[in-house]
Structure formats: structure tokens, C-alpha cells
Design a protein around this ligand. Sequence first.
Ligand code: M6R
Length: 589
Amino acid sequence: MCGIIGYVGKEPAAPKLILGLKRLEYRGYDSAGIAVRGKEGFSVYKRKGRVSGLESAKDLTGGCGIGHTRWATHGEPSERNAHPHIYGKFAVVHNGIIENYRELKEECRARGEEFASDTDSEIVAHLLAFYDGGNVLAALKTVCARLKGSYALAVMCSDGEDALYVARRKSPMIVGKGETGLYAASDVPAVAECGELYSLADGEFAVLKGGDIRFYTAEGEIRKEKMARGSAEDIPEKGGYAHFMLKEMYEIPASIANSLVDFEENSRFLAFNIVLCHTEYIQIVACGTAYHSGIAAKYAIERLARIPVEVTVASEYRYCNPIVKENTLVLAISQSGETADTLAAATLAKERGATVAAVTNVRDSSITRIAHFVLYTNAGREIAVAATKSFNAQLALLYSIAVALATAKGRAARFEALRVLPSLSAQTLAGIEEIKKVVPLFAEADSVYFIGRGADHCAALEGSLKLKEISYLPSEGYPAGELKHGTLALIGEKTPVVAILTQRALAEKTMNAVSEVYARGGKVLLVTNIPELAAREEVFESVLLPACEELFSPILSVIPLQALAYYTAVFRGNDPDKPRNLAKSVTVE
Ligand code: M6R
């Protein structure tokens, strides 16, 4: 989603802003811009498209500037809607959504002010000009009190000394000290050179000036602790792979190994284990890929622990007036920990009395401040917009929870069945290039279908999501039994259908669906761990998975599907790391 960078220091700001924006490119965006403070006021460069379009701004002089990558929400992707927005002596970049921007704009128009863009963000610059009484921080506090919605803001003023003013509500913002100056950014990689970093909480402000950073709330000045630094701030490198997505797929075995938790063995989780003992109902809230890992968790938890699990898309949960009974555990799953819908659902669940456990991959992300318990997947930073290794890591952690819940309920479940998953995933990865032989068939299809029953259903959904988001092919995932209730009408000569079949007890039932596809000329790619099925005449091509505990098989079966999406995207000439219109973390509703 949108990215922010700001610099104030001894060196020219422009190259630092452009470098910071390049490091934020992975978040997804459709236009970019920078503004640098010079003797004659601001120099502003904006481009639709890639950050590389800003290279000509590199020679600007001036040691104070702000930059932005924009993912359009209000107003089309264009230069006029790109940030920074300038009004009077103020330049502003904004992440988030100002929900009451229409009424605020009316107010400004009534004063005769004109707007240069269609965005919600520009209102901030107008309001700053209106409330400016010579103290920029005071004006910013007054403006923020008038805004509804979410924001991370970086503001610069054309008079006075070089300084940046930042604010945060429901959208990440960090500030830091580097060797040559001070930085503000929406995400750590943009400011990897900073030796000291501070994360703003909701309602906090910071002023970066004269080599020093000072922190405030609406009430007054505060002190802040430095952020703990981990590997998260590493500058992303492809490490010899063609794309981050491919590199991240090859990191799946490590991400599974690092995310398995033997809760019984690990005293750090004592309090969480006690909650598990009392849990009678589970609700899972998540979006996209994380929602699919929730579906896999439902199968595992219900089967192993016999506790009812409801999985709800977070953007629906928040508006469905959810019933939260006593002893309900809510698992809020979010790779980034910043997805606005998941944050809102987790907040609502907490208000209604649930115990909320966040499953996230990002330390100190917003969801960690909402949840009672934080369970980290340790997949390492994921750069590609399409989630891969973080999904496998989520499954590893959620399966661990399923085993722990079963144990807490006195039911038989073996953690040992999970220990083999890293090596089985490495075996699965070793064969992924084989999938390339079906890529031409898929790449030229009008539409593609993924089917699976029971635990395989989640892999069908995830395989389909991966394919559509990076190859741009229309695709759907279904429970295999649903095909005949409508979708079969769309199967014709050469329609590719991926059938995932790892549950022996359901094998013949799913093979019925395969036969129905074959009878209509469709081409079935079977992903299975049952060798004899691969030889059936209805099967066009097959991928054979290593044998594993059937309930946990989605953690393996999804790997060839991720590879299918990747190679199909590359075959079609798409950049799999930066799919059009999509963002890595969706911080707006
Ligand atoms: O960071 P989150 O796990 O909360 O993100 C949720 C979805 O936006 C995300 O999984 C999205 O669907 C991915 N692009 C899928 O590859």
C-alpha cells in the first residue's frame, strides 16, 4: 500500500528519498512523488508509474524533503493525485484514508480554497494552512483532531528551519536517526541505515529538527523507547533468484521449521496454554491468504480437538454483529499485522469479551498492540506481494495450536507429525520446476478452476488466489462437490482444472468430479500423494507429493500451486513480485 519517506539532515535529501521509495516499492503503488525544500520554496516531482521515473529529481539541492508511493483510493492514479500535496507553505504526504474529507473540503471551498487533486489527503495541507498560527506542531495537532479515519502523515513547511513533522493514527509510522540525518518512514526497510528507530503509537506526533527527534501526544511532550531491532530491517535482496517470490518459496522449509511451536514443551506459552484449556469456541478472522490458512486451521482444530471453529473474512466480521460466547478464543491472522479489516475485527472481538490471539509475522505490528496474546510466525520478511512462505508458516503455527488444543482437551494428538514438515516441504520444492510443462496450457486459458475436498479445500482456494493475483487469469477455487452445482457449465475443451487430492477417505468422491471434468474435455492437473490415482486416464498431468499426515497436507500441496502461479505469471510476461493494483499490506478499509 502507500509508502512514506522523509529526510532532514546534512546531505541532499532527494537521493535519500528516491532510495527509500525504491525500498518501499514491494508494498504496491501506482504513482510516486517527492518534494524537497529549497531556498525558493518546494521543488516537487511526481510521476504516474514507477519510482524510477523520479530519477531526474536526484540532483535537487536541499537537505529536507518528503516522498511517497501512492496506491490509489480516492482519485485515479495520476500525477495530479500523486503526493506530496502542497497548499500555501505546507507539503504533506499521507497514508490511510480521511473518512470525513468531503465535509472538510466543503468547508475549505466555502472559504474560496481550490483543490489541485481528487484525493482525500490534500485536505490536510489546506487545514494546516488554515490553522497555522506560526507553530506547525500545534497546527498539526489541531488538524489531526479534526480528521476521521486513519493516517500516517509527514509534513514540511517552506519557511522556518529545516524540519519534519509526523503524526500517526491506525497507519504505521516510524522515525529514526542515521549518520547524516533524521528519517521518517512508513516501513523499516526504507530507513535501514538508521542506528536508532522509534515506532509512533496512535495519537503520537514527532518533530525532527536540528539533529534531534522529540515526541508528543495531544497533551504534551513524551519520552519513547527505541524499537528493538531484528532481522526485519534488513534491506531486501533477491539473493540470486529472479524474483522475491521464487526466493521466498525456497525459504518455505525454514519458515515452517521456525514457526512450529511445541506449546507443551515451551514454558513461554504457559499463559496461552491455560487459555487453550478453557477455550470452548474459536473464531478466526483474517483476509486473503491468511483467511485460507484459517480454513485449514478449522479442519485441523475441529478434527483434533473437537472445538467448533468459525472462520470469517475480517471485513465481514466487523459488520455482522458477531456473537461472542463466553470462553471464545479469537485468532486474528495477519502476515503484516497491519491489515485494517483484521485490526478492526480483532478490536471488535476484544470489546465483546473474546480472548484475542494474533498470529502475525511482523514484530511490533499494530495487531500486536490489540491482541491479548501474540503468536509469531517466523517466516522472515516477505517482500513479494503474493504471500507464499508466510502462508506455510501460518499453517505450521496453526497446526501447532490444533495439537496443543487437542492435548489441552485430553485428546490424542502428536506434535511429532509436525516435525517432519520442513523436510517434506524441501522434498516438494525439489520438484517444482516440473510444473512448467503445464504452464502453456494454463497461460492461454480463459479461466482456471481449483477443486479439493475436506482439508484440500483450503489449498484449492489458495492456489486459485495465487494464480489470479499474479497471472491475472480468471480463476475460482471450490469444494470439489460444488463443481456439479453450477461451475461445470463453464468446463469445456481444454479448460484447466487443478484437483488437489490428499485425503484417502475422500479420494473416490473427488475423482468423480475429475471424471466429470474429463468427460467434458477439461484437462485435469492432479496434485496428490496417492500414486495410483496419478495413473488414471482422466488425469492429464500430475504432481506427486511426499506422504504426510493427511490433515496437514495443505502445507505441502500448496507449494506446486504457488509454483504454477509463479511460472504462469512469468510466462505471461508479468512481474510476479509487483502485481497490478495490489498492495502488500492493505491498511485501508
Ligand atoms: O498481511 P495480511 O496477512 O493481513 O494480508 C491479508 C491479505 O491482504 C493477503 O493475504 C493478500 O491476500 C495476499 N496478497 C495474498 O497473496
